[in-house]
Design a protein around this ligand. Sequence first.
Ligand code: HEC
Length: 482
Amino acid sequence: MDLISLYPTWYEPTVGSGWVVALIATFHVLASHTSVGAALLFAYLSHKAYREDRDDLLDFVKKYGLFLMVFTYVAGSITGPGIWYSTTVASPNGIGALIHSFVWKWATEWVFFVIEVVGVYMIVYLVGKVDKRTHMKISVLFGIASFATMIIIIGILSFMMVPGKEQWFQEGGYLNGFYGTNTFIQMGMRVAFMFTMTAVVGGIVVASIKDAAFKKEMARKLGWLGIIATLVGAGLFQLYLTSVPSQALLVMENRLPDYFGPSIIAVLAGTLAYFIITMLRPQTLVQGFAGGMAVVILVAGLWPEETARESMRKPWVAGQYVYSNQVIGRDVPGMDVKSQLPIIEKVGILQAHPFTPEHLKTVTDNNKIQAGEFIAMTYCSNCHSPSQTGIRPLHRYFPEGITQARMESYVRGVLTTGNIAYMPKMPMIESEVKALSAYLMLNNSGGDAAVQVAIKEELKAADHALAMQKAQDKVALTQEAQ
Ligand code: HEC
């Protein structure tokens, strides 16, 4: 049987499935990065508290720890599984590819995470109950465990952009997939920005400090941490761009909105200015200001960064071999993975897809629009919404009044051949080219309403044809019987 491993498409009409994933992931990044950065900060502060025998520093650790428990651990633990759920339905083969290579890495990460969660409780609730030396040791363990979770996850994340080493494709091996130039640069960059977030979110805690001198000390500490981290992170971002596949740079240069560059620079400048102001005038650091700044970083800094990383990977979603539309587009001998393109080329996407409804397996006059819609859902909707809103709506790309012939020649000449760097190769047999084109035309001129009307007609016509067929069969049978 010429079937390939595709799953039903999860289609979210308003914003698109990709954005649902991105929303959850951005929250998760803020929570997880803040808590890892804070874990390292705690290790440093409780070490200092022990060396200099200071209670106020431990008190700060306790307050910030409590804030983390309520904010980042709850938000992080809710959004973490949220990423699993949403990516599993949005991108089952993409997640499959990651699990195929890294399931034990994830298990290891989880062990460290358990230590981390237990650690944060110990850090908060054992202040004053154990001596400072013991507290310092707990903090250091907590820091190490937190950092370990991050290193593991970044190895997996960077694999999504590109496997660590080229030989992974031939030889497999998780270390080949895990470690590469991209991994280490991304790690450095994330560590830097993680400290930026720790410093910003920490501002919310510093804002509540009553003692003016101590508040000033902590504002300065966090300010320096934030400034250095932000500058180092910005530098590493430039380096990071040299480590991604040239394809990704092409997509980024041509396809990111014009405001992307300037807006990132504005966020960086704003963040630096914020730290300088709070260092010079700690009294301006009130909770509203610090909280507002955390939101700004989230919305204006993290969101564009994470969505850029996401779009730079196009047309792939994982490891440069699973396309965003879930089709496996490349042989990976090292993992015993075969490209699915040859099978689709042979039998067409409708026959190859195991979840194509029976009545759409073959294109006829009475199911053309439905078949076209199904193909668009399967092939395009991960990257283009067929509706009016959402991600890169399809109707934006075709001129008003485009003819069926022109549409077909675009679909045949560009989409089935994979002639465009940022889109997958999407093989279709001739009847599918015609069906998809007919659907795209209708969607272009009349939107979903027109499509639904046409589908109703098709269903009616199909019913009618079936009734006629039955009647004829009956006649034939009676004739035979006579
Ligand atoms: C991997 C994601 C991805 C998939 C899948 C995909 N596209 Fe695209 N497509 C893009 C990107 C990225 C662009 C660039 C335009 C942009 O970013 O606004 C694009 C551009 C286009 C354009 C604009 C013309 C051009 O040549 O740049 C058309 C038309 C188009 N896509 C149609 C389709 C159709 C129809 C399908 C499904 C059969 C499809 N695309 C599948 C990512 C994708």
